[in-house]
Ligand binder design. Sequence first.
Ligand code: ADE
Length: 413
Amino acid sequence: MKFNIKDIKLAVEGNKKIDWAESKMPVLRLIRRRFKKEKLLKNRRIACCLHVTTETANLVRTLKAGGAEVFLSASNPLSTQDYVTAALAKDGIGVFARNGESRKAYYENMYRVLKSKPEVLIDDGADLISTVHKKKIKGILGATEETTTGVIRLKQMERDKVLNFPVVAVNDSLTKHLFDNRYGTGQSTIDGILRATNILISGSNFVVGGYGWCGRGLAMRAKGHGAQVIVTEVDSVKALEARMDGYMVMPMADAAKIGDVFVTVTGDINVIRKEHMLKMKDGAIICNAGHFDVEIDKRGLVKITKKKRMIRDFCEEHTLKNGRHIYILAQGRLVNLAAAEGHPAMVMDMSFANQALAVEYILNNPRLGNRVYQLPLRIDERIAKLKLKSMSIKIDKLTPEQKRYLASWEIGT
Ligand code: ADE
């Protein structure tokens, strides 16, 4: 099977939307131009497990321009854009993904990708890397990982000494998490909530579970819409930071009683549990923007539900046994990718520039150990410089005198 997609006829729509995203990805375009010239990925087989979006299509086209043979399956069953799979299939990419696929189909598609005998893996959430380890698949030179959640899993594998090849934690690049996690998740999560509900955020009590980079970005954007933002945390430093950033901080058990909208972005399980849902106000909206659909206890919700119905696309109404209504968005999966289109291309430009350069880094450094690596800072700086240039932003340069001052230790008070 060359590909497994919904409908090849959607390719025309897909190509137009991929072109639109490309127009907002100047850094990746420059990398693609160089890859095309240098052909440094010639005949390399690359397997990707990524959200199948217009932005991902641009990464895939960049790898292909470098001479690679690329295979792609989804990193979430609900984020796949079927028009993108069609366009990529027409390009000759081995794409195996359909929006709404079952868990079984999700893994079958991943196994099909792995049949290509890949040399490099590009992962989002570490499902592909963990599958390769469980199935004892050999021949992998290295991998890259996109997300905070995936990097946590991989660092655990490194600690347990079970990692079989080097992995570049793309998420740890400054030009990734400071922008994608913060501004990307911030905006696209609000976008997903609005598309699914069309609520007014202004004046609402907006509860953000987790104050990592994604939580910070989301809280900032909700505040910008005029919400009263409440942060829940387990980490004292982050909780303090949230308070000093101007938000209310309290345990979920207290937030549950007053929240209108709840979003989990912690990376951990059962952040919103049955005991919280039982305290929620009539009409409360709950959703998740963390990688896996584990942050809301969906089984717990079913146990306290009397009846349910889809009231809008991506918005399921639960009438509880206590008579109140709770609305869960996108089945508790990533609301920004399921109900909206994920992060905008402008920010994915930097994330995927990191991905493309991480693949190059792995191939140029065959002596890396079986560890989790961060990309060198000079690569981060190069991406930031190119992004600034694309935005026509100029910055100052250190004068020779300033350089000397920074390099010295003698000059003090
Ligand atoms: N992760 C978050 N947003 C994304 C997007 N637009 N494309 C691919 N992966 C993403």
